[in-house]
Design a protein around this ligand. Structure first.
Ligand SMILES: [Zn+2]
Length: 351
C-alpha cells in the first residue's frame, strides 16, 4: 500500500467519536457544532434504530451532516461507512457541498471501535483521501464503572482512545470519580483526559493529532486490530451477531400531546421498573404545555436526565418520537405503560 499524497496535508483528517450508550456523545457534538472553530466539519452520525434522532438534536445545518441509521457501522453496515465517505469526497470535489476540512464520525453506543478503526486505516477507498487522526471516547462519570463492568465494547472504546472525555460531572458527586479514574489508568494510561461539564469541551480534542497510532496504546489494541485484519480477509460479510441477540431497538411515535406530569411519571416508572435493561432512551416529546417546541428527553438505565428543549420541530413535524435500546424489554410493555400513564389521573399533572 503506497500513498502518493502528503499524509498530513492532503488527506482529510477523520476523528471517531465513540462512547457507550448514553455517555453524552450527541450532547458534546451539539455544543461543538455551535462553536465557530467547528465549521468546515462534515459529521457522520450512526444510529441503530429506524428513527434517527441525533441529527435533530444537533440543531445544525443539514448540508454537512449525514445520517447512517438502520444499522451499526461496526458490524451490519460497515460497507455504508466506506460508501458514505467516498460519496462525501466526490460531492466535495465537484463542489456539490461545501469544502469540509475534516470529518467526525459518531458511532453507535454499542460500537466496537476495532472494525471501524480497521476500516478507516486499511480500506483503500478510504485511505486514498482520508487519514484517521484521532479516536475520542466519552465515558460517563455516573454510570461509567458499571458500564465497563458489563460491556466489553466499552472497554475497547476506552482502550483505543486518544482522548477520554469524562462526562456528566454536573450530576455526579465529584468525590465519586476516583475509582473510575483508576480504572481508566489501567485501561489507557496514555490518553489525554478532560472533564466535561454540561457537555462542553474544547474542539482541539477533536482536531489535533496527525495519524492514529495503535502502537501508542496497550498491547490489546494491536491484538484487536490484528484480529480484525484476519477476520476481514476471511469474511467479507457483515457480522450481525457482534452485539449479541439480546439487544433490541424500537421506537414509539405519537401525535397526541402528553402532559409534563405524565411524561415524568412514565420516565420514572420505566427507570424504576426496567432500569437495568434500559440501555438507552432518547426522544422528542410533544407536550400539552409547550406544543410549539419539542421537549428532549434522555434516560440511561436508572438515570433520567432533566427535560431540555429544541427551538423548533425538525421538518415541522409535530410528533412524539421515543427511541429505545433495551435488553429484553417488550415494546408492547412500554407502549402499554405510556398509554396507562397518559390515560390516568397522572395525565393532568404538571411538574
Ligand atoms: Zn456494531
Amino acid at each position: 500500500m503506497t500513498r502518493t499524497k502528503n499524509l498530513c496535508v492532503d488527506l482529510i483528517p477523520v476523528t471517531v467519536l465513540t462512547g457507550f450508550l448514553g455517555s453524552g456523545k450527541t450532547t458534546i457534538l451539539a455544543q461543538l457544532v455551535q462553536n465557530p472553530a467547528f465549521v468546515d466539519t462534515a459529521i457522520i452520525i450512526n444510529e441503530f434504530g429506524e428513527v434517527g434522532l441525533d441529527h435533530a438534536l444537533l440543531e445544525a445545518s443539514d448540508e454537512s451532516i449525514v445520517d447512517l441509521s438502520c444499522g451499526c457501522i461496526c458490524c451490519t453496515i460497515r460497507g455504508d461507512l466506506v460508501s458514505t465517505l467516498t460519496n462525501l469526497y466526490e460531492r466535495r470535489t465537484c463542489g456539490e457541498i461545501q469544502e469540509f476540512k475534516r470529518v467526525v464520525i459518531e458511532t453507535t453506543g454499542l460500537a466496537d471501535p476495532a472494525p471501524i478503526i480497521h476500516t478507516l486505516m486499511q480500506e483503500p477507498k478510504v485511505f486514498d483521501n482520508y487519514r484517521l487522526a484521532r479516536v475520542v471516547t466519552t465515558i460517563d462519570a455516573v454510570n461509567g464503572m458499571r458500564v465497563l463492568d458489563h460491556n466489553p465494547e466499552a472497554i475497547k472504546q476506552v482502550a483505543m482512545a486518544d482522548t477520554l472525555l469524562i462526562t456528566k460531572n454536573d450530576i455526579n458527586d465529584p468525590l465519586g470519580i476516583g475509582p473510575l479514574t483508576d480504572r481508566l489508568d489501567g485501561l489507557n494510561p496514555g490518553a489525554v483526559r478532560s472533564i466535561c461539564i454540561h457537555g462542553e469541551t474544547d474542539p482541539m480534542y477533536f482536531f489535533s493529532g496527525g495519524i492514529y497510532d495503535p502502537s501508542e496504546k496497550s498491547r490489546d489494541v494491536s491484538n484487536w486490530l490484528t484480529k480484525e485484519a484476519a477476520s476481514s480477509r476471511h469474511n467479507h460479510h457483515s457480522d450481525i451477531n457482534r452485539h449479541g441477540s439480546g439487544i433490541q431497538t424500537f421506537a414509539l411515535l405519537r401525535t397526541k400531546a402528553i402532559s409534563r406530569g405524565a411524561l415524568a411519571i412514565f420516565m420514572q416508572m420505566l427507570a424504576d421498573q426496567k432500569g437495568d435493561d434500559l440501555l438507552r432512551l432518547k426522544g422528542l416529546v410533544h407536550l400539552i404545555e409547550n406544543p410549539e417546541w419539542p421537549a428532549v428527553v434522555h434516560g440511561v438505565q436508572h438515570v433520567i436526565h432533566p427535560i431540555k428543549r429544541l427551538y423548533a420541530w425538525p421538518d415541522n413535524i409535530v410528533q412524539t418520537r421515543l427511541v429505545f435500546i433495551v435488553k429484553g424489554i417488550e415494546k408492547e410493555w412500554v407502549e402499554d405503560l405510556l398509554n396507562k400513564v397518559t390515560d390516568s389521573a397522572y395525565a393532568g399533572l404538571s411538574v
